[in-house]
Structures are given as structure tokens and as C-alpha cells.
Ligand binder design. Sequence first.
Ligand code: 5GP
Length: 112
Amino acid sequence: MSTIFQKIIDKQIPADIVYEDDRCLAFRDINPQAPTHVLVIPKRAIRSVAELEASDADLIGYLFVVVRKIAEQEGLSNGYRTVINSGRDGGQTVDHLHIHLLGGRGLAWPPG
Ligand code: 5GP
């Protein structure tokens, strides 16, 4: 079944895209939890961290390099947080692996 993020990749629904290349896409979260809240996703449909294979290691590493580039682009020189929710208890609501990049304000810890 196609997720909302697959529809964004396929340009069937709009998103505020901040970065795109052949392997990944990054766009602003529709319900931002910080001044910068960007989602970085692989174009290949991987459901969650729980589905990762050893052969995905390069792709996942690459997504974090893209996170770093976007953080620079967004001017997050004071720091930022990356979050990956996995499964129901992890709070995952869209079954297409995504890295949240949050910044632009001080973030509390621990999460709820
Ligand atoms: P999760 O809860 O799965 O870790 O994160 C899913 C995120 O996707 C949420 O922060 C939610 O606001 C965001 N989201 C859900 N639907 C859409 C959408 O249609 N467009 C965008 N830009 N973000 C979405």
C-alpha cells in the first residue's frame, strides 16, 4: 500500500521540498515541532528501522550526510536533533522510514 510519503516522492501531493537527489528527498514536516522540522527519507520504500538489511547500510549513512547538509543550509549552528521513530511504541505514524531533523530552539530531554 502506498504511503503519504510515497505520494510526495511521486509528486502526487505537494510538499515543501528542501533537498532532492536520486536516492533521497527532504521536505518540511506539515506539523512542525520546532522552527526547523524537516523529514529526510529514502526514495526506496523501506518501512522502518526494523526492516533494515545489511545492504541498506550505505543508504542510511548517506541520509545522515544529507541531514548534515540540510542542517547547514538551515543555519542550525547551535545544534539540532535527529529522531527516527520505529513501530507503534516508537510513535511511528507513517510506514516509510524517515529521519526527523529538528532545530532552531532548545529541545528538552528526555522525550515523552
Ligand atoms: P512519525 O510520527 O511517523 O515519526 O512522523 C511522521 C511525520 O510526518 C509527522 O511529524 C507528521 O507531521 C508528518 N506528516 C504526515 N503527513 C504529512 C504530509 O502529508 N506532509 C508532510 N510534509 N508531513 C506529513
